[in-house]
Write a protein that binds this ligand. Sequence first.
Ligand code: FCB
Length: 440
Amino acid sequence: MPNTTKFPRSFTWGVATSAFQIEGAAAEDGKGPSIWDTFTHHPGNVIDASNGDIACDHYHRYVDDVGIMASLGVDAYRFSMAWSRVQPEGKGAWNEKGFDFYDRLLDELAQKELAAHLTLYHWDLPQGLQQDGGWLNRDTCLRFADYAQEVARRFGSRAATIATHNEPWCSANLGYGNAQFAPGIADAKAAIQVSHHLLLSHGLAMQAMRTVGAPAKLGIVLNQWTADPATDSEADRAMAQLEYARSVQWFMDPIFKGCYPALALKSHGENCPIIHPNDFTDIRQPLDFLGVNYYFRSFCSAETPPKKPEGKLGFTDMGWEIYPQGLTELLIALKQEYTLPPIYITENGMANPDKLVNGQIPDIERITYVRSHLNALANAMAQGVDIQGYFLWSLLDNFEWNSGYAKRFGIVHVDYETQQRTLKDSAIWYREFIRAQRLA
Ligand code: FCB
């Protein structure tokens, strides 16, 4: 595949991480526990029985890590704040030492001329709020809006963007639907109510942050996919349509249209969420940007056993099908259906069983993956979709949730024994790709 894809000069090139996956310092400087601290310390929840106590020790190594980003020549860094670091209980007192960490990180980024793209919630709810029912409790939405407003007040002039949530589909469906993620609840009805509360909390947080009048652009990050029928059969096509309605449209419609998609609502039957009269007015707030995370498509087969995708380009170490054209198709579909704000691709990347070979990590698979997805992105842009930037997931190998440290997503290798960072070949390739874009 040629290296010829061209992007506008103003395009933002970035890397992404999240707090729980890299920071460590789980109980340092007054940080309270989050639901992921609790979940990971419960045997059986994480494949390799690991946790986030130390992770990449980024809390202590952020200066070096920002230095690595600067050496790669990226423009921007997407990271999340750990709510329980700055407000240990999720309500009540703020923890100044927690805010100090993000203050230092923002200073370091500014010094290296890297734009900060901040996410408020990347799945790590303060455990104190879980005790009160977590996202099943409507009151958590108000707590979240308070937290969002405080962050906007303190940091809203130093962050380029602030996203409310990262992938609420995952928080709801993996956290409450099938117990794969914290808080580890398996209850279909609860998952749907939680998804509604997450959307409501997004809307309330947007309004609370707007009152501050900070220059940061405000939005949300959603994980999305196209849903393709495995065959042309009516059953497969119906399944694909329903899957798209329950995942992509379930989050997009309330934000952009002020309602849930009828098909999905009908299918949820008795599990439909309790919705208060003004909820959709609160949720439907204008966005300055939409973050889209894309990893794979959804392949829908109604047969038993279900048909699997062929995977012409292979599968990643997560078992996820490599399907770059899905990114083009998704973005075009979104543009056709919604009046969109500018989009950032806030995550895209792959897990690969990378090995150090004579001091190098030849992750050619990742280079091919990223390059093909950038081509797919350029195709969507050529067809008129307004994309402002791309954030590669991830800067570092890190704690991959219930897969622990077994799955490596970084363009920088981390030796967890020594915390040594080593650039993989993909990091060097990304650096050169970005440089070539600037020269072009
Ligand atoms: C996304 C998450 C991110 C990371 C990648 C691989 O769903 O937002 O934290 O785990 O998947």
